[in-house]
Structure formats: structure tokens, C-alpha cells
Design a protein around this ligand. Structure first.
Ligand SMILES: Nc1ncnc2c1ncn2[C@@H]1O[C@H](COP(=O)(O)OP(=O)(O)O)[C@@H](O)[C@H]1O
Ligand SMILES: [Mg+2]
Length: 165
């Protein structure tokens, strides 16, 4: 019998990154586990490494990382690699709702969506997603915390962890 949600241990994984290259490698690893339709919610202050992680994701989806731009005047960038890929950066918005910018259609699609500054999305906490929080430890040292919010994402975090151990 399934446990009530409140009794289930939260599924998360914290890893260290010592360089931009290592952060990209985590993005590539995650990309290899995606099938389309996933929402990757990136949080962390300016310069934490969110875009760096997205470049790794893009590489893992067989895109060129040079296609990933930041920060840009474009809030939503559409790419097509192994899977359709939307890179969304909410930095320029203080707060945004799902029903603006057609966000709902991007986030609930067959594509992989990676959203930087996800915390600026008002309904964000209600959405099923793979949360990726990047924090500073020192100049080139970061902590990356992957956590599953909802259904399919726990399995993805478990597979990331299995590859890590
Ligand atoms: N371990 C690391 N992981 C990610 N970026 C790092 C790391 N160490 C240094 N950096 C540098 O930090 C910067 C991160 O920038 P960026 O990815 O654009 O951040 P954000 O999108 O979170 O604002 C890059 O210049 C990158 O080279
Ligand atoms: Mg960025």
C-alpha cells in the first residue's frame, strides 16, 4: 500500500561541484535520464551556475552549448535536440504567473523545460518538477541539490543517485 505523502521520505540528492565543467557534467547526466515532458526548476542566486547547468543539459540533449544564451532579452528560447527543449529565464521578471507569456503551454508539453529563477513563478510550488538548487560554497565550489516534487521525478533523482554512488 502506498504511504501517505507526508510519511514518505523526501527524495533528494546533494552533490558538490568544484568547477563549471563539473556542473555541466551533472546537467548532461540529468539529460540522459529525460524522456520529454519534464520540468526542471532551477533556483540559486545570480552567478550560482544555473545557466552553466542548462548548458550541460543542452549538451546531453545533443544541442550545442553555444546555443544557450544568458542573460538575454529573450525570456523563452526554443531548441530542438534529442527532444524539444525550452530554456526559460525569469530573471527579468519580478513575479510571473502561469497564464502569462503562454508559460502554461511551455511547461505542460512534451518538451523538456528548464526554468531559471523558477521561484519567481507564483504557482511554482504547486507544480510537479525536478528542483535543482545551486548554492555557492566558494569561488569555484558549488552545492547542487536535486529534489523531486511529484510523481515521475523521484525515480529520476533515484537514478541520478544510483549513478553517483
Ligand atoms: N562549480 C561551478 N559551477 C558552475 N559555475 C561555476 C562553478 N565555478 C565557477 N563557475 C562560474 O560561475 C559562473 C556561473 O554563471 P551562470 O551559470 O551564468 O550563473 P546563473 O545562471 O546562476 O546566474 C560562470 O562564470 C561559471 O564559469
Ligand atoms: Mg542564468
Amino acid at each position: 500500500m502506498a504511504q501517505p505523502a507526508a510519511l514518505q521520505a523526501p527524495v533528494f540528492l546533494v552533490v558538490e561541484s568544484q568547477s563549471a565543467g563539473e556542473t555541466k557534467a551533472w546537467g548532461r547526466r540529468l539529460a540522459s535520464l529525460l524522456e520529454g515532458g519534464e520540468l526542471i526548476a532551477l533556483c540559486g542566486e545570480l552567478g550560482a551556475g544555473k545557466t552553466c547547468f542548462v548548458k550541460g543539459l543542452a549538451r546531453g540533449l545533443r544541442l550545442r552549448e553555444e546555443e544557450i544564451l544568458s542573460p538575454s532579452f529573450t525570456i523563452i528560447q526554443e531548441h530542438s535536440g534529442r527532444l524539444p527543449f525550452y530554456h526559460i529565464d525569469l530573471y527579468r521578471l519580478d513575479e510571473v504567473e502561469l497564464d502569462t507569456l503562454g508559460l502554461r503551454e511551455y511547461l505542460f508539453s512534451e518538451a523538456v523545460s528548464a526554468v531559471e529563477w523558477f521561484e519567481r513563478l507564483r504557482e511554482g510550488a504547486e507544480l510537479q518538477r525536478l528542483q535543482v538548487e545551486i548554492s555557492y560554497a566558494s569561488a569555484s565550489h558549488r552545492l547542487i541539490r536535486f529534489s523531486a516534487a511529484g510523481g515521475r521525478y523521484a525515480a529520476i533523482v533515484e537514478r541520478l543517485r544510483a549513478g553517483f554512488l
